[in-house]
Write a protein that binds this ligand. Structure first.
Ligand code: 6R9
Length: 645
């Protein structure tokens, strides 16, 4: 497939035309000539208590400070609920499909208002104040969405944690964030797998001990089994919350007050929480999701992301609700048959998912798809990892029956919303390309000399000017924020990704340039894995690498050297278990190789490039090995890998 495959915007005659190509160009021009004016105009997409008159203030230089709409005040739950109550009181805001319980729940905007207010009152009663952190660790149930909005209503900063984290990973994040309350669930089912939310949380709190500030835990029961509760700390969510009043006056937040933080992986081992500010984030969620989804009356959006990822925040909760849409959540697994049934049952018009789910459905073949109507679909989307032109075309031709544009959107936890992505029906598409920057984003490619490239070129993907949804800092570590994003290319925000720009200005992401890998859309720092093993005294040294995987995109492979005294004791299964117990199930390696040594340069640096090749069995193309301190090692490592292939 070449860059020249183009799906023109007018290939979708029934697609709602939200603007003309000329109007889109006018937006780009306006954003370029008067950025503050442009963003202040976009800020009107959400309701403010005090309208902002200031756009951006700050700089990417020196200490790096980012400040948007400084004199505005608002409340994010008002932007998502109250703003729509007059016109959309009885419209469905949230559909929650619970595969595990065989039922679904629908909440109108009015219901959502009531439920959020009750929880806001309950949290206030429990002593949670503005600015304090609340950890949310829940499966895909209505209460996950309600909890985020209730935190926003009282001005608390939510920290949503992934259910796949191990107790150690949860404990570390509870302590780092200083969370004062936790909202979690009983055991939930994901397919045939039990996810023990409460048990993990209890263990995490035990591990955190006195370092935790958690005073209260609300537990949503998602199954009938008995849940051990600690009196004075644990409360059954519904028994407790449902008695509170269904109204709560929202707390006025300054635009720059933190709204939420989210842990993500970087190139060092320690987890980092990026912090997002209320005003900029809400404007950005409304703008990016408004541009890409182009919500229409009657639309049902199903974004399959877990709420614990940024996609879950922006594409499931804040973006659709700020635009007054209907958002659907589900705990079903991505099998073609089941997902397609849900699309027909709930008349889903916009499906957003990760390329890994597209590949999984594709691997099942087309038969299930041809049995379904899927006539409700009008837009398909992906985010999270590269999608190959083949998978893109399959999604477009088979699932979308060539009627629905595919929006490949590139973004990050740090960018909070779409940076590269199409305005569907207005822009032409190229399979495998995340297309163009949305208006207002100054995306640049920087070459190895640190110079900005013009025209068709490849380089490090950077953003030259701040955007409202940019994360403001790393929690408790502004120095790390500066170093992680602004030191590689001084004066620019460096995304960590590489990209190519073609002659039409379309971007093609080439992958991470740092040691972050992407397993089925989950970001994982190889240093996180290496740190975990480094703490076990029986392992002298190790290296974790990402290798291509047909469904997951990338898979983790670990090479480890056991100490002489432990060489007969440490097993590959144990190394794998250690990683899962410290980080989580999603980090389970596909292969562990216990090896006598690792390939190094003469100065002692581990040559990961070689390990990646060896792990894939590509020993024919190892290249020049003359810089290695011990080239004979390669054969030993290759033999170990071959044995398991
Ligand atoms: C939204 C999200 C961010 C990293 C990012 C990049 C990769 C995201 C992509 C993509 C190719 C796309 N990524 N979208 N790569 N094409 N459309 O995924 O956030 O979890 O922070 O991951 O994911 O490498 O830097 P996050």
């Amino acid at each position: 497939m070449t860059d020249h495959t183009v799906t023109p915007a007018d290939a979708y005659p029934n697609y709602p035309a939200v603007m003309t190509p000329e109007q889109l160009q006018a937006m780009r021009d306006h954003a370029r000539s008067d950025p503050d004016g442009f963003w202040l105009e976009q800020a009107r997409r959400v309701h403010w208590f005090t309208n902002p008159t200031q756009g951006f203030a700050g700089s990417f230089e020196n200490d790096v400070s980012i400040n948007w709409f400084a004199d505005g005040t608002l409340n994010a739950s008002v932007c998502c609920i109250d703003q729509h109550l007059t016109e959309k009181r009885d419209q469905i805001a949230l559909v929650s499909q619970r595969e595990a319980e065989g039922r679904s729940e629908t909440l109108t905007y009015n219901d959502l208002h009531e439920r959020v207010c009750r929880l806001a009152n309950a949290l206030t009663y429990l002593g949670v104040h503005k600015g304090e952190r609340v950890a949310i660790c829940l499966p895909m149930v209505s209460e996950a969405v309600i909890s985020m909005l209730a935190c926003a209503r009282i001005g608390a900063v939510h920290v949503v944690l992934f259910g796949g984290f191990s107790a150690d990973a949860v404990a570390e994040r509870l302590v780092d964030s200083g969370a004062v309350a936790v909202i979690t669930g009983s055991t939930a089912w994901r397919g045939k797998k039990a996810v023990p939310y409460k048990e993990t949380m209890d263990e995490a709190l035990r591990k955190a001990g006195r370092n935790s500030c958690v005073k209260a835990m609300l537990v949503v029961r998602t199954s009938d089994e008995a849940v051990p509760m600690l009196p004075g700390r644990d409360y059954d969510y519904h028994d407790f919350v449902d008695h509170f009043e269904a109204d709560f006056i929202p707390v006025a937040m300054n635009a720059e007050d933190p709204m939420f933080m989210l842990y993500t992986s970087g190139s060092t081992g320690k987890p980092k929480a990026v912090v997002h500010a209320t005003g900029g984030y809400m404007v950005w969620a409304a703008y990016t999701m408004g541009m890409v989804y182009t919500h229409q009356p009657g639309d049902v959006l199903w974004c399959t992301a877990d709420v614990a990822w940024i996609t879950g925040h922006t594409s499931v909760v804040y973006g659709p609700l700020a635009n007054g849409g209907t958002t659907m959540i589900s705990d079903s697994l991505p099998t073609a048959g089941r997902w397609l049934d849900l699309i027909d049952t709930y008349k889903v018009s916009m499906l957003f998912t990760a390329p890994t789910a597209v590949r999984a459905m594709m691997a099942e073949g087309d038969a299930e798809i041809h049995k379904r109507d899927l006539g409700s679909l009008r837009l398909l989307g992906v985010a999270g990892e590269p999608i190959s032109p083949d998978a893109w075309l399959w999604y477009h031709d088979v699932v979308g029956k060539k009627r629905c544009p595919v929006a490949d959107t590139w973004w990050q936890t740090e960018t909070a919303g779409v940076v590269l992505g199409p305005v569907p029906g207005v822009q032409s598409l190229k399979p495998g390309s995340a297309t163009l920057p949305l208006p207002g984003l100054d995306v640049v490619l920087v070459n190895t000399d640190g110079k900005r490239e013009q025209g068709a070129a490849s380089g490090a993907l950077c953003i030259a000017r701040s955007w409202p949804g940019q994360c403001r800092t790393i929690w408790n570590d502004h120095t790390r924020f500066r170093q992680a994003y602004f030191s590689m290319m001084p004066g620019l925000y460096f995304t960590g990704d590489g990209a190519r720009r073609d002659e039409d200005g379309y971007y093609w992401i080439t992958g991470r340039m740092d040691d972050v890998i992407n397993i089925a859309g989950h970001r994982l720092g190889t240093a996180e894995v290496e740190d975990v093993l480094g703490e076990d005294h029986r392992i002298i040294e190790c290296a974790a690498v990402g290798v291509p995987h047909a469904i997951k995109g990338q898979a983790l492979v670990v090479f480890a050297i056991a100490s002489q005294s432990a060489v007969t004791e440490v097993t590959e299964q144990e190394v794998s278990r250690l990683i899962v117990s410290q980080i989580g199930r999603y980090a389970a390696p596909d292969a562990v190789h216990l090896v006598p040594d690792l390939p190094r340069t003469r100065s002692g640096k581990i040559v990961r490039r070689l390990l990646r090749k060896i792990a894939c069995g590509e020993t024919e193309t190892l290249g020049d090995l003359s810089a290695l301190s011990d080239a004979s090692l390669i054969e030993t490592l290759s033999a170990s890998v071959q044995k398991k292939m």
